[in-house]
Design a protein around this ligand. Structure first.
Ligand code: 5GP
Length: 206
């Protein structure tokens, strides 16, 4: 599928600071919009239905998956998460960029659907830092934290399949890196051609 807008996919183990990074990008770059996923997990802390996620039951998730409403979906940490097709395709069709904050399985599925998708993996600077961040955010029980750390080992091994790596050691630096990736992607010949078809036509280039 070839839309004028760009699709950025950001994956990372929990606790890498991925959400903070993506939210900071969204604040400074109005050209990028997030996609709100559906999940079967229960809301955490201050999370609101329709803001962080659409929180749905197993049956509703099943029905959506069967109806083909998801571009991709995956089991992550014992729950299911899915990216809705409609909102993303409509935005990219209209020339807007979209950022997906999803796990590595979803990212690799997206790549098979959108050859132009840009896959970014965010790494924590160390294991100790990852554990400290998971404990520090105070959202998960010790059992869930251990599950997330165990899963992180497997997740980190997938980083090699991604186009770009950001090591989130110093937040400002990591944000600069993410903005640079987004900017560079928009300047690619193929992306300019998709986004600026009229200009290409007027200049008689292809
Ligand atoms: P959390 O429960 O911490 O919000 O998210 C757990 C993991 O699921 C994170 O890696 C998050 O990026 C991922 N995730 C969130 N939404 C989706 C989605 O729509 N699809 C997939 N494959 N993963 C998702």
């Amino acid at each position: 599928m070839d839309y004028p807008g760009n699709l950025f996919v950001v994956a990372a183990p929990s606790g890498s600071g991925k959400s903070t990074l993506v939210n900071a990008l969204l604040e400074v770059d109005a050209g990028v919009a997030p996609s709100i996923s559906h999940t079967t997990r229960a809301p955490r802390g201050q999370e609101k239905h329709g803001r962080e996620y659409f929180f749905v039951g197993q049956d509703e998730f099943d029905a959506m998956a069967r109806a083909g409403d998801f571009l991709e979906w995956a089991h992550v940490h014992g729950n299911r998460y899915g990216t809705s097709r409609q909102a993303i395709e409509a935005r990219m069709q209209a020339g807007g960029d979209v950022v997906l904050e999803i796990d590595w399985q979803g990212a690799l599925q997206i790549r098979t659907l959108f050859a132009n998708a840009i896959l970014v993996f965010v790494l924590p600077p160390s294991w100790d830092e990852l554990r400290a961040r998971l404990i520090g955010r105070g959202e998960d029980t010790p059992e869930v934290i251990e599950l997330r750390l165990a899963n992180a080992r497997e997740e980190l091994a997938q980083a090699r399949h991604f186009d770009y790596l950001i090591i989130n050691e110093i937040f400002e630096r990591a944000l600069f890196d993410l903005k640079a990736i987004v900017h560079a992607q928009r300047l690619k010949y193929s992306a300019q051609k998709r986004a600026r078809a009229d200009t290409f036509k007027a200049l008689n280039i292809d």
